[in-house]
Design a protein around this ligand. Structure first.
Ligand code: 3PY
Ligand code: MG
Length: 266
């Protein structure tokens, strides 16, 4: 089976970068896959597309060096198993609250005896190789998102769940659940402390830790703090930022703050 290069790099202690797809475009997927990210995540929770668009996005990523990941829309075994069958090499699952939910996520991602994933790997075989079944449990990387009050309270139990490779912080929902505003992950003391706490707990459990960042500058800070995987905004926000900067450069004007706020929603 094709090795999961993202997992290999994180196991070696390398700090990796992750691209994020929200637009539902195969061309964007291809561009992002060739942009230098170690992995690219197809966001089926907040991205503007469904399974029929996710599949060709994963196919487009197959032609690039980036490891294909899917953020599931929810902790739903049917959807998670389907994404894995479509060739995802990793799952990021939103809003995991406790060890039971983490175990349910693992069950959907692992074949027996480690889980209850149904057999039918379809594109997994094409992308991974004929021996996909023999190695899928080891290659596929599973992240539980920590972004709720319960998830924060139960972070140790989630990290201790067998089959969970790591946790991934959604800083916007995390801020909301702490009574702060989305986008306050570098300014609100409650959010800053909670992110530091989750990072420390992941390190203590020797599990991977990833985080969504609004852009590369935030990503640089998170890399310095020790995150294994940093997402550097999504391609929709990158496109909007570059477009506005280009307009501003032509007009010799400052980049519009209002327009920026509208296009970098998460
Ligand atoms: C969050 O910040 O809540 C996320 O889920 C990132 O997309
Ligand atoms: Mg979230």
């Amino acid at each position: 089976m094709r090795k999961n290069e993202l997992k290999q790099k994180m196991l070696r202690g390398e700090r990796t970068t992750n691209g994020w797809l929200a637009l539902g475009s195969t061309y964007s997927a291809e561009l992002m896959g060739h942009a230098g990210f170690d992995s690219v995540t197809v966001d089926c929770q907040h991205g503007m597309f469904d399974f029929t668009q996710m599949l060709p996005m994963l196919q487009a990523l197959s032609a690039t060096p980036s490891t294909p990941i899917v953020r599931a829309p929810w902790n739903d075994p049917a959807i998670i198993m389907h994404a894995l069958d479509a060739g995802a090499y990793g799952i990021i699952c939103p809003m995991i609250n406790n060890a039971d939910e983490a175990a349910k996520l693992v069950q959907a991602c692992r074949y027996a005896p480690k889980g209850a994933r149904s057999y039918g790997p379809a594109r997994g075989l094409l992308y991974g190789g004929a021996d996909y079944f023999d190695h899928a449990n080891d290659e596929i990387v599973v992240f539980a998102m920590i972004e709720t009050r319960d998830g924060i309270a139960n972070v140790d139990a989630i990290l201790a769940t067998e089959g969970i490779d790591g946790v991934y912080i959604g800083p916007n929902d995390l801020a909301l659940c702490l009574g702060a505003k989305p986008g306050s992950d570098l300014t609100d003391a409650r959010v800053i402390e909670t992110i530091a706490h989750i990072l420390n707990r992941a390190r203590a459990h020797h599990k991977f830790i990833g985080i969504f960042c609004a852009n590369g500058e935030v990503g640089a800070t998170r890399r310095q703090q020790g995150f294994d995987l940093v997402t550097l905004g999504h391609e929709g926000s990158l496109l909007a930022q570059a477009a506005k900067a280009s307009v501003a450069a032509a007009l010799k004007a400052p980049v519009s703050a209002n327009a920026s706020d509208r296009s970098t929603g998460y």
